[in-house]
Each structure stands twice: as structure tokens, then as C-alpha cells.
Design a protein around this ligand. Structure first.
Ligand code: PLP
Length: 438
């Protein structure tokens, strides 16, 4: 094929992409915020992008200083004592954090077998617990969407290694009892793990480290920008309190009189969890993001994320059923209860949004909300975009009443129509036929 044919092929494919740079992307729990281009410029600096990971530390001083500095900044933001940047994703951070907990409890001669996980948790929480060899005990959230310390006390025993809790939780609600829950768990010798993937509502305002948390992970590819559509790469740094420091993965970046070096000399360490230093390019982007916003900027980002989510919550309440009515943090969860009367479900609403030019929100998650529609606008969207999205949602609700068949067969304007999603995942049809040739 000629160069032009190849170029056209790939350019056409690129136009089928859906990206934050082309469309609004309100995917709840995923924080699909805009990634400032200065992050990309920094990650492409030759000293970073061309550095060989096996080069001796003397030749990597800038890169090591960046890692050290990022650890310090994330410790300050989260209120933890020490951070490891190795884990490559949130779920990987969870597994690392649980391994730290296991190492600590084992060294006490009391390894324990169970982890408590809320019913509203991200699926990775029970998955990571199971992968780490623990049995999962579920604790229910109350009608206001939060976990009560009394409910935790009912299941907390001396065989529970830790309680995992997400704050703000996946319903977008602040877990106001974290401190009381921590007291219950600590009183029986367990540890508190915080799933901090949703730090976008807290940074600059509240620190999980002040809430009795012993271990947490943060998703750099959510809160600290860095692109993560299409599955990565990401970074899920883990933060710990002082008493867990010795168990952190090696190598650790240390600062000495002669500059920065890598230290393997930590006999209690759980070892490596990732090759080299983790996803270094993502770490450069997060560092740049934090430096360029500063502490005031990070706080403003959190406040805007919360404001935008509450703006959409107010604009859509009444049109869509809102199972939890109190103010939300960074995201809000609706359901299809009002539309079910017309035979229209959450899936139909999500598919129809594609015709209006919007990426659908997260759907059917969290599992505690039947027919969930989970909207996370993030702070980087304008009021005009939020209004256009709300207008589309309200238009779809009107269609549900007046013309439900158009919803049942949506989308109508995309390269392919309604797919059998199970088959599309297992037997994808990768050959593209232009419509006119069919
Ligand atoms: C995204 C998310 C995770 C998992 O993070 P990955 O990087 O996708 O592994 C875990 N918990 C919560 C609450 C999340 O939103």
C-alpha cells in the first residue's frame, strides 16, 4: 500500500477514538479529567524519556530527585508518613497495601485471615483481598449510603486483619464515621486500609492520614491527571504510617549527603512489586501537575469537582431518580427508576447519550444501587458543557416518555449500532466495512 492509503487508514481510525480531548467523559469513579499539556512536555524531556533504567544513580540524579520529591508531596497531601511509587495501578496498590498489612501482622505472630469490605466498594477491593489470600466479609452501607461503626463492630473480630474503606465512597458520599470505624478496628488489633482512588474530592481539604488510616493507595491516573483511557498506563502509589515503613517495597530512593541513591537494604521489605521504578512517565506527569497547580490550585480543583457534581445533581434531580439525596462530593448516582415505567433502562439511556455526543456515565455500578447511573463530571469542565450534558439527559428522559423505541435501538449515529456486549468482548469483529460497501 502507498503511504497515503496507510496514513488515511490510521487517521480515520484515530477519528473513531473517543477521548477527553474530543468529548465530555463523565465516567463515574474514573475521574476522566483533562490532562494539561505541560505534563506531556515534562514527560518528554530527553533527560526523563531517554534515561535508561539500569543507568547508575550518579547519572539519574534528576529522575531520583523527582521520585523523592513526589513521595514527599503525596505524603503531605494524604497525611501519611511514607509513600512507595512502585505499584502500577490502583488495584496493584491495594494488593501491595494488603501485603504490607500481612507482613506486619505476621511479624507480630498474628497473621489473621479476614478483611472487611463495604457492599459499596469497588470490585478491586474484594479481588485484591482474595488474591492476597484473605477471606472477605461484607459490611452493608446504611440508607444514607455510608458505613456505620456499629455495623463494623458487629463483624470485627480478632481474626480480621484489616477493614478496607473508600472515602469518599463510590456513591460520592463522604464516609463521616471513618474515625469511629478506625477506633473499632484498632481496638481489636486490625488495621485500616483506605481506598483513596477518589482523592479528587479531598486533596487540599482533608487528609486521610488524619482519619485513623494506616495504609492507603492513591490513583495518580485519576486525581493527578495523566491520561488513562483505554486501560493505562497508571500508577497507584501506596502510603503508610511510620510503623509500616520497614515493609515497603525496595529499592527505596534515599537522600544522602552526596545526593540521591537507591537502597535495597531493608530486610523486612515485602520486596519488589514492579520492575524498576514503576511507571516513571506517569510519575513525571503527576509531579508536574502538583507543582504547576500548587497547594491552592489542588484545593481549588477539589472544590470545583465537588461543585460540578452537585450542579449536575441539582439539574437532574426530579428528572432522574436520586437514591441518596444529600449533597454529594465528586460524583452523583442516579437510577432508571422513573424511566422503567416506560420500559426504558439505564443501558438504553447510556446508549442514547452516544447519539448526543457524550460518553455515557458509569452504569450498573455501584452494585448496591439497582440501575445505577454514576456521573463524575470532574473540575475541568465548563458550565456550558455541564448544561449541554444535562439538557441531553433531560431530552432523553422526555424521549423515554414519548418515543421509547428510539432509545431501545440506540445508538443510531455511531459506526456500529447496539452490540451484543458479551459477544463483542469475546469474538470481536475487527474488519471494518465502509457503510456504502455493505
Ligand atoms: C479506579 C478505582 C480502583 C482501581 O484502580 P485501577 O487503577 O483501575 O486498578 C479502586 N478503587 C476505586 C474506588 C476506584 O475508583
Amino acid at each position: 500500500m502507498g503511504e497515503l492509503e496507510v496514513l488515511r487508514h490510521f487517521t480515520r481510525l484515530s477519528h473513531l477514538n473517543y477521548a477527553i480531548e474530543t468529548h465530555f467523559y463523565p465516567l463515574g469513579s474514573c475521574t476522566m479529567k483533562y490532562n494539561p499539556k505541560v505534563n506531556e512536555a515534562a514527560a518528554r524531556l530527553p533527560g526523563f524519556s531517554l534515561a535508561h533504567p539500569l543507568a547508575p544513580p550518579e547519572l539519574l540524579q534528576g529522575a531520583l530527585e523527582l521520585l523523592y520529591g513526589l513521595e514527599q508531596m503525596l505524603a503531605e497531601i494524604s497525611g501519611m508518613d511514607q509513600i512507595t511509587l512502585q505499584p502500577a495501578a490502583g488495584a496493584h496498590g491495594e494488593l501491595t497495601g494488603l501485603m504490607l498489612i500481612r507482613a506486619h501482622l505476621s511479624s507480630r505472630g498474628d497473621p489473621r485471615r479476614k478483611i472487611i469490605v463495604p457492599d459499596s466498594a469497588h470490585g478491586t477491593n474484594p479481588a485484591s483481598s482474595t488474591l492476597c489470600g484473605y477471606e472477605v466479609i461484607q459490611v452493608p452501607s446504611n440508607p444514607r449510603g455510608i458505613i456505620e461503626s456499629d455495623k463494623v463492630a458487629e463483624v470485627m473480630t480478632e481474626d480480621v486483619a484489616a477493614m478496607m474503606i473508600t472515602n469518599p465512597n463510590t456513591l460520592g458520599i463522604f464516609e463521616s464515621e471513618v474515625q469511629a470505624i478506625a477506633e473499632v478496628v484498632h481496638a481489636k488489633g486490625g488495621l485500616v486500609y483506605l481506598d483513596g482512588a477518589n482523592l479528587n474530592a479531598l486533596m487540599g481539604i482533608a487528609k486521610p492520614g488524619d482519619m485513623g488510616v494506616d495504609v492507603l493507595h492513591i490513583n495518580l491516573h485519576k486525581t493527578f491527571s495523566t491520561p488513562h483511557g483505554g486501560g493505562g498506563p497508571g500508577a497507584g502509589p501506596v502510603g503508610v504510617k511510620e510503623f509500616l515503613r520497614d515493609y515497603l517495597p525496595v529499592p527505596r530512593v534515599v537522600k544522602g549527603r552526596d545526593g540521591f541513591s537507591l537502597s535495597e537494604d531493608h530486610p523486612k521489605s515485602i520486596g519488589r512489586v514492579r520492575s524498576f521504578f514503576g511507571n516513571f512517565g506517569i510519575l513525571v506527569r503527576a509531579y508536574t501537575y502538583i507543582i504547576s497547580l500548587g497547594s491552592d490550585g489542588l484545593e481549588e480543583a477539589s472544590r470545583m469537582a465537588v461543585l460540578n457534581a452537585n450542579y449536575l445533581r441539582k439539574r437532574l434531580e426530579g428528572t432522574f431518580h436520586l437514591p441518596y439525596t444529600e449533597p454529594c462530593l465528586h460524583e452523583c448516582v442516579f437510577t432508571d427508576r422513573f424511566q422503567q415505567k416506560h420500559g426504558v433502562s439505564t443501558l438504553d439511556i447510556a446508549k442514547r447519550l452516544l447519539d448526543y455526543g457524550f460518553h455515557p456515565p458509569t452504569i450498573y455500578f455501584p452494585l448496591v444501587v439497582p440501575g445505577a447511573i454514576m456521573i463524575e463530571p470532574t473540575e475541568t469542565e465548563t458550565r456550558e458543557t455541564l448544561d449541554a450534558f444535562a439538557d441531553a439527559m433531560i431530552g432523553i428522559a422526555r424521549e423515554a416518555k414519548e418515543n421509547p423505541t428510539v432509545l431501545k435501538s440506540a445508538p443510531h449515529s455511531t459506526p456500529v449500532g447496539r452490540l451484543d456486549e458479551a459477544r463483542a468482548a469475546r469474538k470481536p469483529v475487527l474488519r471494518w466495512e465502509p457503510a456504502e460497501r455493505k
